[in-house]
Design a protein around this ligand. Structure first.
Ligand code: SF4
Length: 330
């Protein structure tokens, strides 16, 4: 499969089947914390960047296999880039809804919601998770490094309009980077624009996996907690905090909802792991949680050949060893 990957265990979504709309990075931002590497050629026009039919055929193949379909809780449309840039998004969402009754989720950087056609296409999704990392232009430019032509006020206005039009669940992701967008001034600015939106929850995040820029550092957990409490008090909605490596023991002991009896053969499992590592760096423990391979040691043994042959690389970040596809290392 070229576009479908996983399922991966997601804390909030459960077992999430990824549908990646692009084969190479296609984005209008160049975020300093991006996990898939720098945006070499930013684009901002909506266009047909990939074969919608090829993605639909993969969805059909997947959904025709009850063994695999039963092993997922949600379908998540994401991308090595920004999925709403692809003009076939609406068709893919509607087709996914026709093929399965599993909830369909879209992750978006939120920069195209000022366009009526994007908002209309997203109505087919059950959950939309847009991002807004800053409501201050100075911090927005520093952290998200948008392509020319993206105006922060238009992004905020688009998100506000969408939040009131959209009937599904809307979870806003905010990713904070130490000394870039985590000041009191940044948080106050976010609170004042978020008050005008209808949000179901906030997912507060920070840099956990190896970022594009080594200067993109995680915000300390005490500060994240303080900010989460402030959002919760000011906006009266649930605020999620990210898992950090020290939380992994807690995650591993979570009940069955987080566990996967993975239904794949050995070859399919290996292929699924490599597909996942094309999109995000993972530790051996991350991979084991998803694929139940008998412990991180077994994952390390399995991937050793790929590291030795140069297909994968290891990278140490915040004292954790991450595997990722070699081409994504900058
Ligand atoms: S984090 Fe998302 S929005 Fe930012 S550059 Fe990477 S793919 Fe694009």
């Amino acid at each position: 499969m070229k576009y479908i990957f996983g399922p991966v265990n997601s804390r909030r979504l459960g077992r999430s089947l990824g549908i990646d709309l692009f084969s190479g990075k296609t984005c209008n931002l160049n975020c300093i914390y991006c996990e898939v590497g720098a945006t070499a050629s930013p684009v901002h026009q909506r266009a047909v960047y990939t074969s919608t039919q090829a993605i639909i055929e993969e969805i059909n193949t997947f959904c025709a296999d009850p063994r695999r379909l039963d092993a997922v809780d949600v379908l998540t449309v994401t991308a090595k880039g920004e999925p709403t840039l692809h003009r076939g998004l609406g068709e893919i969402l509607r087709h996914s809804k026709r093929m399965t009754d599993k909830p369909v989720v879209v992750l978006t950087n939120g920069t195209t919601l000022m366009y009526q056609d994007v908002r209309q296409e997203l109505t087919a999704a059950d959950i939309v998770i847009p991002s807004l990392d800053s409501a201050r232009r100075e911090s927005f430019l520093k952290i998200d490094r948008p392509v020319a032509g993206i105006d922060l006020q238009e992004v905020i206005d688009g998100l506000r309009v969408f939040s009131h039009e959209y009937q599904g669940k809307l979870w806003l992701e905010i990713l904070l980077v130490q000394d870039v967008n985590d000041s009191d001034q940044d948080i106050e600015a976010l609170v004042s624009v978020l008050r005008l939106m209808r949000l179901d929850r906030i997912q507060l995040n920070t840099v956990v996996r190896p970022p594009t820029e080594s200067f993109a550092l995680p915000v300390k957990s005490e500060r994240l907690l303080e900010i989460a409490q402030l959002f919760h008090e000011e906006l009266a909605i649930p605020v999620d905090l990210p898992f950090t490596p020290s939380d992994q023991a807690a995650q591993a002991s979570r009940p069955d909802a987080m566990k996967t009896t993975h239904p794949l053969s050995a070859d399919e499992t290996l292929d699924a792991i490599l597909q996942m590592l094309q999109r995000r760096p993972c530790t051996a423990a991350d991979i084991d949680r998803t694929f139940q391979l008998g412990g991180p040691d077994k994952v390390e043994q399995l991937l050793e050949t790929f590291v030795n042959s140069g297909v994968l690389q290891r990278q140490v970040h915040t004292n954790e060893c991450y595997y990722q596809q070699s081409s994504t290392i900058q």
